[in-house]
Design a protein around this ligand. Sequence first.
Ligand code: ARG
Length: 497
Amino acid sequence: MPATRTRPKRAQSAPRKNAKAWGGRFREPTDPAVEQFTNSLAIDLRMATQDVRGSVAHVRALARARLLTPREAATIERGLGRVLREITECTFRPKPSDEDVHMAVERRLTELVGPVGGKLHTGRSRNDQVATDVRLLVRDQIDAVTAGIEALIGALVERAQRDLDVVMPGYTHLQRAQPVLLAHHWLAYVEMLLRDRDRMRDCRVRVNVLPLGSGALAGAGFNLDRRRVAADLGFDAISENSLDAVGDRDFVVEFLAAGAIVAMHLSRLGEEIVLWSSSEFAFIELPDAFATGSSMMPQKKNPDVAELVRGKTGRVYGALVALLTLLKGLPLTYNRDLQEDKPPALDAAETLQSSLNVLARMLPRIGIRAATMRDAAGGFALATELADHLVERGLPFRQAHEVAGNAVRWCLEQGRELESLTTKELATFSPLLGAAARRALTLESALARRRLAGGTARANVERRIATLAAQGFGAKSSRGGGAPKRRTASPRRGRKR
Ligand code: ARG
C-alpha cells in the first residue's frame, strides 16, 4: 500500500476558506452564529478613540525601532486618523468579519492606505492592545467621574453657604435626635464625596500603567521602547510582568468598587431628597424642572430624579459583581471572557456621571422650608440639653439621663413640649434645675454647645466651609451666589494627538 502523503493540495496562494485576519490555519468559515456571538464591535466602538491613540503610540515605537520607515509610519498615522474620524462621524461601515474594534480599525486602515496597514500589528497582540485600551478607557472614566464628584461637592458647599441659618432635626433610626444645622448635614455628604474622590484618584495610580509590549502573553519580540510609549500615552509606569499585564483586570474592579461607594452615597442623598420632599416631612420643595407628575393623579409632584439616582445604584453594584465574577477562576493569562469587562465598566461610568450631574444641577434649585425644619428640630430633640445641663451641675450622667427622661415622660403625658416648661416646673424634676436650665433648653444653646471639632456649632461649620472654599469648592464669599468654581483636579492626562 502506497504511503499517503498529507501535504497541502494547494499552494499557499490558493483562496482562503476563512477570510479572518487569523484565517490562515482554518479550513472552513466561521459559523454565522459564532460570528455574532463572539463579536464585540458594538461595544468596542466606544473605545475607538483609545484604540487609535494606542495604535499611534505603537506606530511611533515601531518607527523608532526601525520596523517602519518614517514615511510608512506617517502614512499609517494619517490613515488611523481617518478611520477614527469615520467612526466618530458615524460614517464607518462595519463588516461582519470585524470581530472587534481592533480588527475593524486595522481592516479599514488597510483599505485606506494599502498593504502597509498590515505592518501596524507588528510586535503587538490584541491581548496587550485591548489591555492598553481598557486602561486608557478606565482612566478617562475616572477623570470624568472625579470631575462629576467635584462639581457635586461644589454644589453642596454652596448649599451649605446659603443654608447656614437653617436648623433641622438630626436623626438616628429616622427618629428626631438632636438639632443640627442644615449646612452641617450638607457638609456630611461633602466629606463622603471627598473620600470618594480620593478613592478614584488612588485607583487611578494603579490604572495608569502601560501593558503594551507584553505581546500575546510572553512579551513582544521586538526592541520597542516601552517607556517612550508609556510617556506618549500619559502612563506613569510600564507593567513588569507580561502575563499579569494581559491577564488581569483588577484595575477595572477597583474603579467599579470605588464607583459603587459613590453610588451608595448618592443613593442616600437621593433617599433623603425623597423623604424630605414628601408631605410628611415637607422640609423641601423640589423645583418643577426636576420633578415629574402623575398621568392619573393631578396633584402629584414626584421626586423621580432622586428615586432614579437611588435606583441606578443597583446597576453600579451589578457592574462590580459582574467584573468580580468574570475574573474569578480564570487561569492565566488572557481568556476571551475578558471581553465582557467593557459593558459593565461603560455602563457604570455613564450611570455615575449622569447621577452626579443631575444632582449637581438640582441641588441649587431645591427650596428649603426653614420654618418647618426649625419646628421639627425643637421639642424632645432638646432632651439631651437638659441632661448635659445637669451634668454641668455635678450630677452623674446616668442620673441626669434619668431626670431628663422623667421630664420627657411627664411632658408626653401632659401633652406639653420641653421648651414650654417653666422654671418652677423644671425644679420639680431636680433641685439642680432652675432658670439656667430654661435658658439651656433652646435650639441656639444646643447648637452653640457643639463647638468641639466636627460638631454642628455654626463656627465649626463656617470654618469647614472656609477651608473648602479655599480649595475651590462653592462660592468665594461664604454667602451664596455664583457657580462652583472648581471643575476638575485635572490629573495628568495623556497627551492628545
Ligand atoms: N475583543 C477582545 C477583547 O475585548 C480583544 C482581544 C481578543 N484577543 C484574542 N486573543 N481573541 O478582549
